[in-house]
Design a protein around this ligand. Structure first.
Ligand SMILES: [Zn+2]
Length: 251
């Protein structure tokens, strides 16, 4: 051991030993270089993984369904509209969004073949707050998102988009459905009794207005496979119970 450690420091005169030492020198140098290289490599490998968590974007706000329900801008439609803007009953609060390309483009809804039910995905928020979110998209440009109706935890129904215009809620079915976003108190996403009562009343009115059948009342999940409205995707029986509460004129 001691001999080896002093070896580089002790140059010696000629003979066999020095030759052996000379021949060993590159080997030790090589080993040193390999170790140094390994250390450098190790550092290089370790550094990014150690920094990764820091550079990761901070957790986004609770994934509102509206946020992720971004839709590509539809092809602009002519202003004329075959569907009239059907007046809604007095138990619906009309608070129509201002025209803007992010949440109310003003494009004609050419036909209504169904109703799509969603949950907002942001527990504890009110119908008013979700309407504000839609309205603010005109400034924030976060997503293309809106729904025709919002149903609050307290059962309040707000209409955000006229019934003869498309809303940005149900991707490929934006062009032929009416969308309803329901608020919910927790992440489980089960609607309160007040929400459910209002939803049944609203969908019954839409069924009557557009002569819809049971199969026309669908979940966002049925359109895009998205877990929305989450509780009624995870509990299909609860969804069937809701459909059972509706009154269909046409079977
Ligand atoms: Zn949805």
């Amino acid at each position: 051991m001691p001999q080896n450690t002093t070896y580089p420091m002790t140059p010696s005169p000629g003979g066999r030993r020095p030759r052996r030492r000379r021949s060993r020198l590159p080997v030790f140098l090589l080993m040193g270089m390999v170790i140094a290289l390994a250390a450098v490599l190790l550092l290089t490998v370790l550094r990014p993984s150690a920094e990764a968590p820091d550079t990761e974007p901070s957790a986004p706000p609770p994934a509102s369904d509206a946020l992720t329900a971004s839709a590509p801008p539809p092809t602009p439609s002519p202003e004329q509209n075959n569907l009239r803007d059907i007046p809604v009953p007095g138990w619906i609060t009309q608070d129509i969004l201002p025209l803007n390309e992010w949440s109310r483009p003003g494009d004609a809804l050419p036909q209504v073949n169904g109703v799509v039910v969603h949950y907002v995905g942001n527990p504890g928020t009110t119908a008013e707050q979700n309407r504000s979110y839609f309205k603010n998209l005109a400034e924030t440009h976060e997503a293309y998102a809106s729904s025709h109706f919002l149903v609050g935890i307290d059962g309040k129904i707000i209409q955000c988009v006229p019934l003869n215009e498309i809303a940005y809620c149900s991707t490929v079915r934006n062009a032929d459905t009416i969308s309803i976003e329901c608020c919910h108190s927790d992440a489980e996403g089960k609607f309160t009794e007040d929400t459910m009562a209002s939803l049944v009343k609203l969908v019954d009115w839409l069924i009557d207005t557009y002569d819809l059948r049971r199969e026309d009342v669908i979940r966002h999940y049925d359109v895009a496979g998205k877990e929305c409205p989450i509780y009624y995707v995870r509990n299909p029986d609860a969804w069937e119970d809701f459909l059972d509460e509706l009154t269909f004129q046409t079977p």
